[in-house]
Design a binder for this molecule. Structure first.
Ligand code: DGY
Length: 308
């Protein structure tokens, strides 16, 4: 039996029902491990999302019948992989199919943050628009500027391709330098200070986890050019919120576009007070096409893991 934690698109639900007996939880909001544990009788596979935290404490309590956990995400930060391996539970995720959608959103956030789009819309809706003037609501241009990508995996490379269409120069920081055919002329930096000092825009596309915990902290923000724009569609854990909020308040960072946060769905209240922060609710992969593709890929993974 397949347990699905949250509502899936109709086509995915239909395919799941054709392949498995399905128990659908329809969880909303905060994950409830106790409720999950009550519903695992006879279940051999779980389809979850990044909102469902499978930490070691939960994984040790899963019944022995669970063979596979598939997640509706490429990111795996919410699953303790070592604890799952120790229980012999296979983990499947959904890489590739969401790269374009997530890169599109990163690009949108760059443009929105630089052009002060959120602030402008709020002003208009509040009836405060007094008409065009040469000095009204000036933002910064994006075309031809330097974009730094932290995390040059599939999504980072997709974003680089889109940004080249805006004649941006691409610099990147990654665990390893890419081969030339993937680098496509992008400039690799082996250390943070040369990377951050070169940028007009920083896009965080790293998958999160311990290695990058609070990577963008006060020290590294200090290495950015004054007035850089920061975008994060990777994981909130890569950012030290206090440090970014302070830098947005002072103008050291001109603007930010964020789709992911520490402790989702709660967000640091400091962001809400900032006009120069564009804040989206983790919708990087949220297109109709992409969510179908992610669901199908997750179901493929489950079939493989169960050998059916
Ligand atoms: C992912 O896939 O990791 C996204 O953040 C959620 O869809």
């Amino acid at each position: 039996m397949l347990l699905i934690t949250r509502k899936t698109p109709p086509a995915v639900a239909m395919r799941a029902a054709s392949e498995h007996e399905v128990r659908q939880l329809d969880l909303e909001g905060a994950f409830n491990p106790a409720m999950l544990l009550e519903n695992l009788d006879g279940v051999d596979a779980i389809l979850c999302t990044p909102a469902d935290k499978f930490d070691a404490a939960l994984i040790v309590q899963l019944p022995a019948s669970i063979k596979v956990i598939a997640t509706y995400s490429v990111g795996l930060e919410h699953i303790d992989l070592a604890a799952a391996a120790a229980r012999g539970i296979k983990i499947c995720n959904t890489p590739d199919v969401l790269s374009t959608a997530t890169a599109e959103l990163a690009l949108a956030l760059m443009l929105m943050a630089a052009r002060r789009a959120g602030e402008g819309e709020r002003l208009l809706r509040a009836g405060k628009w007094r008409g065009l003037s040469p000095t009204f609501h000036l933002g910064r241009g994006v075309t031809g500027k330097v974009l730094g990508i932290f995390g040059m995996g599939r999504i980072g490379r997709e974003l680089a391709g889109m940004a080249r269409g805006l004649e941006m120069q691409i610099h990147y920081r990654n665990r390893n330098r890419l081969p030339p055919e993937l680098e496509c002329g992008s400039i690799y930096h082996g250390n943070d200070s040369s990377f951050l000092g070169a940028l007009d825009f920083l896009s965080i596309n790293a998958p999160g986890g311990d290695e990058t915990l609070h990577w963008l902290n006060a020290e590294r923000i200090g290495m950015l050019k004054p007035g850089a724009v920061v975008v994060n569609t990777g994981r909130g854990s890569s950012v030290d919120d206090q440090a970014l909020i302070a830098a947005l308040r002072s103008g050291q960072v001109l603007a930010a576009g964020l789709d992911v946060y520490n402790n989702e769905p709660n967000i640091h209240p400091g962001y809400l007070e900032l006009e120069n922060a564009v804040l989206l609710p983790h919708i990087g992969s949220a297109t109709v096409e992409t969510r179908d593709a992610m669901g199908f890929l997750a179901l493929d993974g489950i079939k493989n893991a169960l050998g059916i």
